[in-house]
Design a protein around this ligand. Sequence first.
Ligand SMILES: Nc1ncnc2c1ncn2[C@@H]1O[C@H](COP(=O)(O)OP(=O)(O)O)[C@@H](O)[C@H]1O
Ligand SMILES: [Mg+2]
Length: 246
Amino acid sequence: MAAILEVFDLRKDFPGAGGVVHALCGVRLEVARGEFIAVMGASGSGKSTLLHLLGGLDLPTSGRIVIEGRDLSRLGDRDRTLFRRRRLGVVFQAFNLLPSLSARENIGLPLIVDGADINVIESKTRELLAMVDLAHRADHRPQALSGGEQQRAALARALVNDPAILLADEPTGNLDSRHTEEIWRLLRRLASDQQRTIVAVTHEAAGAAYADRILVLKDGQIVGEISPHGEGDASLVTARYSELAG
Ligand SMILES: Nc1ncnc2c1ncn2[C@@H]1O[C@H](COP(=O)(O)OP(=O)(O)O)[C@@H](O)[C@H]1O
Ligand SMILES: [Mg+2]
């Protein structure tokens, strides 16, 4: 299968009071179209830094990120912003929905910003509301939705442009255990049924276990890989993870 995402020797340094922090120290990875990848690591291992770089939200110190054959580091600011808006979908731990807009309006917002046709916006939004099982909550504002519903709306919004890759940074970090499982199952379903390419970073074995492949990040480096077979069996993942990252 052709790689949709390739990362070569990615490095990111941050200047700090106590000296330079090497947040990423030579990360290499390759993700095939339709793969669901989890990147698992402890707090401070570099997960968010990696996700921000993949999402074009920050620039690496060195190294390359190639998505659908396009080298992100060779795009100017304007083209990178456009690429991010049109080809990438990102969700965060904080759902980042606009409080004054309904779920439906939040989901349609990227299309509105892009000046899409009203009929396209309506049909696409309806399709996505159904996909994340929110049709019955479409006209509610975020404050009237549960955390799980808010994250489902954020996921739908991230998918509205049919992105090449869906990137998720600790997508269940603000959710209770029931809603956490619901979100990981939804991500699994998006990958299995719709061949969505997903890269999710997390410290939770139970969530990572739904992925096709888990990359273990430690101190800014990938130290190993786990094949959980996407079945959500956390005990195997926990055991392998502590061998690799312990
Ligand atoms: N903007 C920043 N400025 C300085 N240091 C940072 C910045 N962002 C992250 N770091 C440092 O980089 C390392 C990795 O952080 P991060 O990617 O947020 O880890 P994780 O998401 O796995 O918890 C940490 O040591 C963190 O303190
Ligand atoms: Mg983080």
